[in-house]
Write a protein that binds this ligand. Structure first.
Ligand code: ATP
Ligand code: LTN
Length: 330
């Protein structure tokens, strides 16, 4: 059976973009692939975190995976730091990676934009290598992610190919899986930017844990384009974004959605969109609140054990290939 691997960072509030661009696809793909879904807490450390809130966010994210429909009886759900192989492979891959490759990453340039190079964290630069380690440890075939992760996937493939060429066939070369619709949900307050957890302005994103009043208010205040027609149109990013969210939440085609809104106004679109979103979020949040900590701990402990079994096999091969065999080699 082919494998998928994906993950999200336990930072900020997970939003509709994370769900429509990533989690929703994971829940569908888990039935066709052997699946590993990781809470990448070590990636979160690339930006300053409060230790106590990192613990809370890690727990919250694991519950969000379950509430979204990831089934722990068919998929492996685990916390990255529970499987030490991730950090160990990162070091080994670091020594195969060029600084130039990392400096070219758009996300590094964007996230480090407001900081002097002198004081930018090394973790932020090295972030994609840890991500490559995550993926390559599991001999992953497919990585379902949003559009913003495409470049990191290309680097992962380059590193794997280089290692295979220099040290012999070791890693499977993963393919990205980027959905046709929903791969880049835009901010409600600025449709030229993606909906982002790291955005300081909360009005741009619908949090998966937002209550009905907040959702209604955020959609009501959402920016719209000039003109009155309600149609998918790349030159009108705000309306196209709202329609994309509506189509995905109601499982309709773009054509069905356009027909539904033919002759209606922006106010109607916003109120139907709020309704559809609340209808999705309410049962989602109910599932979220019904997951007990004990149940979660069992799932994550079992998940880490299964993940370690796979990861350690790959790591052993990599070390062997590199001549890192410790006392055993003497
Ligand atoms: P931020 O939202 O602050 O940029 P992030 O993208 O680093 O955070 P993660 O939690 O690590 O957030 O991302 C989880 C998944 O959600 C990734 O696959 C990412 O590509 C996807 N994703 C993030 N934002 C969007 C968006 N606006 N539209 C679609 N997918 C998204
Ligand atoms: N960088 C990703 C999170 C991530 C990831 C991964 C995604 C870390 N490791 C491995 C897929 C596969 C992000 O969404 N910001």
């Amino acid at each position: 059976m082919k494998r998928i691997f994906s993950g999200a960072q336990p930072t900020g509030n997970l939003h509709l973009g994370n769900y429509l661009g990533a989690l929703r696809n994971w829940t569908q793909l888990q039935h066709e692939y052997e699946s590993f879904f990781c809470i990448v807490d070590l990636h979160a450390l690339t930006q300053p975190q409060n230790p106590q809130s990192l613990i809370t966010k890690t727990k919250e994210l694991a519950k969000l995976y379950l509430a979204a429909g990831i089934d722990p009886t068919v998929s492996t759900i685990f916390i990255q730091s529970d499987v030490a192989e991730h950090t160990e492979l990162t070091w080994l891959l670091n020594c195969q990676t060029r600084i130039g490759e990392l400096e070219r990453m758009t996300q590094f340039k964007e996230k480090g934009r407001n900081t002097e190079r002198e004081s930018t964290g090394v973790g932020l630069l090295d972030y994609p290598v840890l991500m490559a380690a995550d993926i390559l440890l599991y001999q992953t075939d497919l990585v379902p992610v949003g559009e913003d992760q495409k470049q990191h996937l290309e680097l992962t493939r380059d590193l794997a190919q280089r290692f295979n060429r220099d040290y012999g066939e070791t890693f499977r070369i993963p393919e990205p899986f980027i959905p046709k619709a929903g791969a880049r949900i835009m901010s409600l307050s600025d449709p030229t930017k993606k909906m982002a957890k790291s955005d300081v302005d909360p009005s741009g994103s619908i949090g998966l844990l937002d209550d009905a009043d907040i959702v209604t208010r955020k959609f009501k205040r959402a920016v719209t384009d000039s003109g009155t027609e309600i149609k998918f149109d790349n030159t009108r990013p705000a309306i196209t974004n709202l329609l994309t969210i509506y189509a995905l939440l109601t499982n309709q085609t773009n054509e069905q959605v356009e027909n539904n809104f033919a002759g209606k106004g922006y106010g109607q679109l916003k109120s139907e969109l709020s309704e559809a979103c609340i209808a999705f979020l309410q049962p989602f949040q109910e599932r979220f609140h019904n997951i007990t900590d004990e149940h979660l701990r069992d799932i994550l402990t079992g998940g880490a054990r299964r993940a370690r079994e796979s990861a350690s096999q790959t790591l052993d091969t990599v070390k062997e290939r590199l001549g890192i065999v410790g006392a055993r080699g003497i």
